[in-house]
Design a binder for this molecule. Structure first.
Ligand code: ZN
Length: 88
């Protein structure tokens, strides 16, 4: 993922680590902020970038998938085991 970040505002270096995605949530609010963290390879200076709608599409898909595995699959297994116990 290439992002034109320019030069580090601290040391002027143009060598950045690849962006890492983080999801931040306010303490009292339920709103999420999806951000890219980009860190300078030289001095460690870190900048935050808000993700664009385009960048969010695959992430939201991934979140939906994780939700299915974390919530839906155990429920189905639970139902399956109950049926198995009743009929078995
Ligand atoms: Zn730097």
């Amino acid at each position: 993922m290439a992002q034109s970040t320019g030069n580090c505002s601290k040391c002027g270096n143009s060598d950045w680590k690849s962006p890492r995605h983080v999801r931040a949530r306010g303490v009292t609010s339920t709103a999420y902020a999806d951000l890219n963290i980009i860190t300078c390879n030289k001095c460690g200076f870190t900048e935050f970038y808000e993700l664009t709608e385009e960048e969010l599409v695959p992430i939201n898909k991934k979140v939906a998938k994780i939700f299915i595995f974390a919530a839906v699959v155990p429920t189905l297994i639970g139902i399956g085991v109950s049926i198995w116990l009743i009929w078995g």
